[in-house]
Design a binder for this molecule. Structure first.
Ligand code: NDP
Length: 313
């Protein structure tokens, strides 16, 4: 038999847990499914220095453990499981967990976040788990005293390059533009780190190696008269080129933008379906910060509570 709840939260990043804290304190007895990556993207970052309330910084994992504890303290029912299908066409809304169990819910808060993007090179798949990674904090340990490359020029790429420089003997930062997009403070840290060599206006076009990554093929100034092709010897290849929203299961049910972000009524977490709300990175192509995700989780919780009370549910 299907289980029926008042508030189902999908996802366990800052948006999901904040929604759980608010909805549990409002006695909605929320059920939260953690998804593929319990704790979300912050569990794959190092130090979080910009979440208000932590003057000395905090690790992403600790921050997420604290948020989870806070949600559980007020009665949120946090469960392992992945939402594999949804049906928002009927009421109550239906969410299938792990392809089997169906949860019926009066309200659904979607906080499924976003996932790392890859370049799309065949070699990324070929060397998956053999030198290719999108998470320096998860895999950096394997590259102590080795040479690695990080692709990307944003805050994530700089952060990962700096983290890896603490372990590896050398880090190439492969940046397609002639400048870094990262914030000034991260740019400075990356540029001043003696172990980091930045290859501007460069693209990785392939990888090579016998039993794992041993190098990357680089093209500098592609398509220009001064185009250069060369190889770099590396043991690890890290992607840090942004993220895509985790919305595959919602694409036939909700309005999404051209990239796949859930479209909400501006300034609110309301989706095109009554009682279904979206919070955090899954609906935010602009800010994508832990604190903005947490804030929108709060908004979604308050909207869910209002919806239930207006409907007398
Ligand atoms: P961004 O979208 O900011 O940056 C992505 C980077 O990858 C850009 O340099 C982009 O190049 C490059 N890129 C994208 N696609 C390709 C490609 N196919 N080939 C080569 N390079 C590519 O993503 P981030 O993950 O860095 O950051 C996301 C958000 O999270 C930002 O708002 C950032 O500020 C924030 N953030 C904040 C942190 C902090 O404050 N501590 C830490 C990490 C992230 P181009 O510039 O040419 O588009």
């Amino acid at each position: 038999m299907n289980e029926k709840v008042r508030c189902l939260i999908i996802g366990s990043g800052p948006a999901g847990y904040t929604a759980a804290i608010y909805t549990s304190r409002a006695n909605l007895a929320p059920v939260l499914y953690e998804g593929i990556q319990p704790g979300g993207q912050l569990t794959t970052t190092t130090e979080v220095e910009n979440f208000p309330g932590y003057p000395e910084g905090i690790t992403g994992t600790e921050l997420m453990e604290d948020l989870k504890k806070q949600a559980v303290r007020f009665g949120a029912d946090v469960r392992y499981g992945i939402a594999t299908a949804v049906d928002f066409t009927s009421y109550p809304r239906k969410v299938t967990i792990d392809g089997e169990k169906v949860i019926e819910s009066d309200t659904v808060i979607i906080a499924t976040g976003a996932s790392a993007k890859y370049l799309g090179l065949a070699d990324e798949a070929k060397y998956a788990g053999m030198g290719v990674s999108a998470c320096a904090t998860c895999d950096g340990f394997f590259y102590r005293k080795k040479t690695v490359a990080v692709v990307g020029g944003g805050d994530t790429a700089c952060e990962e390059a700096i983290y890896l420089a603490g372990l590896a003997s050398k880090v190439y930062l492969i940046v397609r533009k002639p400048y870094l997009r990262a914030s000034k403070v991260m740019q400075d840290r990356a540029m001043q780190n003696p172990k980091i060599e930045i290859l501007f206006e460069s693209n990785a076009v392939g990888l090579f190696g016998e039993n794992g990554v041993e190098g990357a093929h680089i093209v500098k100034h592609a398509g220009e008269p001064n185009e250069e092709k060369f190889d770099i010897a590396i043991d690890g290849f890290f992607l840090a080129i942004g993220h895509k929203p985790n919305t595959d299961i919602f694409k036939d049910q909700l309005n999404l933008d051209s990239v796949g972000y859930i479209l909400t009524t501006p300034g609110t977490p309301k989706t095109c379906i009554e009682g279904v709300f979206a919070a955090g990175d899954v609906a935010d192509p602009h800010y994508r910060q832990a604190i903005t995700a947490a804030g929108s989780g709060c908004q979604a919780a308050i909207e869910a509570e209002r919806y239930l009370s207006e409907k007398g549910l």
